[in-house]
Design a protein around this ligand. Structure first.
Ligand SMILES: NC(=O)c1ccc[n+]([C@@H]2O[C@H](COP(=O)([O-])OP(=O)(O)OC[C@H]3O[C@@H](n4cnc5c(N)ncnc54)[C@H](O)[C@@H]3O)[C@@H](O)[C@H]2O)c1
Length: 364
């Protein structure tokens, strides 16, 4: 036997049959020494068909039943946001590692309970920030880390859709089930990209406003969306804008929407302004080529660089990192704290919008 063959395969269970769940399964299937042995989700027909497609032997309707298994090393959570915390905490308490879809939770308080459970159990808790693993973001991060933008003092992060409410009446539009609208759904991705590129500065204060103008009228719905749940009233914002002051003196403008009267299609990106250079990532309908431009001066002449980019691996890279973190054994470094930080900022944005005034973030 080679040493690789002698390593016990990682036994994984996946909860959720939508985009979240299936993307995790596909990623695990591409990795060596990982077995997806169980799957759970409410839609019986889809459960059977995913089970057959990916040769998953044990199928369950409810998440409680999959968590009863005592032979799973890890659980992937791809369910509506209100179930992230209860599932993750229960799995961690049973000794499983947890990979959880974004946002980590609906609120900072829920996310804190998850991180505490991971720390207590000494297990990995990792949130999925797949867009950070795009080729353009990775290339820009390397460029920034080489000091080439200098001090970045102003940044913008945005994800705007023309008609992108994820289905009428689905769990996404329920405040109770989702925790919020596009800010918690899409904003968390671009907030993550921005904070990652900026080197994880502390957020000091947050001002924000939210609107629900089109969603409440039943406008702006993506009719192709196949998300679960039905019958929820449109209770969340359809547009959010926020202004964040960072501890290093920089500021970040965040804007996000599921539905706007605009030229946007399904567009996201970041813009950074630094003392030595600037950069922008502009992604339209999830494209990945020619999405990054870097601005600098060459011999005192304004110059623009458009680097050759790879697509990046998205979810596959996240899942690979999760599996590697488990194998590495240094689990205390992977307790979900990055997901928690983003969740606290989103919380502060909703609070600032609700009260109509700036919120000061507690410094930790
Ligand atoms: N990282 C990304 O790019 C990305 C993209 C889409 C969704 N997501 C996240 O993934 C999660 C799921 O979103 P989705 O789009 O897959 O939603 P979805 O509505 O398509 O799927 C949700 C799944 O959860 C299952 N579920 C609900 N209650 C359950 C229960 N009690 N027991 C077992 N299963 C249950 C449903 O049966 C369904 O299969 C969300 O947190 C969302 O934010 C992330």
């Amino acid at each position: 036997m080679t040493s690789e063959q002698s390593v016990k395969p990682l036994r994984v269970g996946v909860i959720g049959l939508g985009f979240g769940g299936e993307t995790h399964i596909k990623s695990y299937k591409q990795l060596p020494n990982v077995e997806v042995v169980a799957l759970a989700g409410l839609e019986e027909e889809r459960l059977r068909s995913l089970g057959a497609t990916y040769a998953i032997p044990h199928l369950y309707r409810y998440y409680e039943d999959i968590l009863e298994r005592d032979d799973l090393d890890a659980i992937s959570v791809g369910v509506p946001n209100y179930l992230h915390a209860p599932i993750a905490v229960a799995a961690l308490e049973r000794g499983m590692h947890v990979l959880c879809e974004k946002p980590l939770a609906r609120s900072g308080a829920e996310a804190e309970a998850m991180v505490a459970a991971a720390t207590k159990a000494n297990r990995v808790l990792q949130v999925v920030f797949n867009h950070r693993m795009r080729g353009d973001v990775q290339t820009l991060k390397q460029y920034i880390d080489e000091g080439k933008l200098g001090h970045i003092y102003y940044a913008k992060a945005s994800w705007m859709r023309r008609r992108g409410i994820p289905g009428s009446g689905t769990w996404f539009v329920s405040k109770e089930m989702a925790g919020g609208g596009p800010l918690i759904d899409l904003g968390v991705h671009v907030l993550d990209i921005a904070l990652h590129l900026l080197g994880e500065p502390e957020v000091v204060t947050v001002s924000a406003a939210t609107y629900n103008e089109l969603g409440r009228q039943g406008r702006g719905v993506d009719k192709r969306a196949k998300k679960s749940g039905s019958g929820s009233a449109y209770e969340v914002e359809d547009l959010a804008t926020a202004f964040l002051r960072l501890a290093n003196g920089a500021t970040l403008l965040l804007e996000t929407s599921w539905a706007t009267h605009s030229s946007a299609s399904d567009d996201f990106g970041v813009t950074l302004y630094g003392t030595e250079g600037g950069a922008e990532i502009k992604v339209k309908n999830y494209n990945w080529e020619d999405t990054l431009r870097i601005f600098t001066d060459v011999a005192d002449v304004p110059a623009e660089i458009t680097p050759h980019l790879s697509r990046g691996e998205g979810h596959l890279a996240v899942v690979r990192n999760f599996v590697a973190a488990i194998a590495e054994g240094n689990w205390s470094a992977h307790n979900g704290h990055e997901g928690l930080r983003r969740t606290r900022v989103i919380d502060a944005c909703y609070s600032a919008a609700l009260h109509g005034r700036e919120v000061t973030m507690p410094q930790r």
